[in-house]
Design a protein around this ligand. Structure first.
Ligand SMILES: [Zn+2]
Length: 192
């Protein structure tokens, strides 16, 4: 029921980005899909990731079950955050999140500046917001998160023996993660 409400809200309120996501889904309809808290995740061969409406596209291999197990969940948590932004902002999502993040990703000046200063892609407001929202909703660590609550390394310390699901999530991360990790994201290329 909750998943249905999520999809209906994305379809009605987030119609523009849902339409874009649906077009991408149709272009990749032969690829494995699985559900993630209402979102429809499609895995593809590309190392780029994309979120549009309730649709998430990211790297994964094998059939649907294998793909679900092969994905990087912290990246999926981050991408899920963009789907929450879509739910909140509706028709304003593309101009306020989609467009700025595409510019932040692709504008050569920003790319050069990030490289020169070692600035994380996830420090931009569109990415910070996605991580913040997803971690609040899912209580899972998101990729590249640098906020206090979302910092996986801090979560690791806070969770010792107190919160089993959170501890399990963090244990699944393996060794401590660097705070600033650059990974593919919304329409972004590999060298962001
Ligand atoms: Zn992102």
């Amino acid at each position: 029921m909750r998943d249905s409400a999520y999809v209906i809200a994305q379809t009605v309120w987030g119609f523009p980005q849902t339409l874009v996501g649906l077009a991408v889904l149709l272009a990749h309809r032969g690829r494995p899909h699985f559900r993630y808290h209402g979102a429809i995740v499609t895995t593809w061969n590309s190392h780029k990731a994309l979120s549009s409406g309730p649709f998430v596209f990211m790297n994964g291999s094998g059939n649907a079950l294998e793909a679900k197990q092969s994905i990087d969940e912290s990246l999926l948590v981050h991408e899920y955050g963009h789907t929450i932004q879509s739910l909140i902002l509706g028709p304003m999502y593309l101009p306020t999140i989609g467009l700025p993040s595409v510019i932040w990703l692709n504008f050569p000046g920003f790319k050069h500046w990030r490289r020169r200063t070692g600035t994380s892609y996830y420090s931009f407001f569109t990415e910070r917001s996605a991580n913040h929202l997803a971690e609040r909703v899912l209580n899972r660590p998101a990729m590249g998160s640098i906020s206090g609550k979302s910092d996986a390394n801090k979560l690791r310390k806070l969770s010792l023996g107190k919160n089993r699901p959170r501890a399990a999530a963090i244990a699944a991360l393996g060794p401590e993660q660097p705070k600033a990790v650059r990974q593919p994201c919304w329409f972004k290329s590999g060298d962001s």
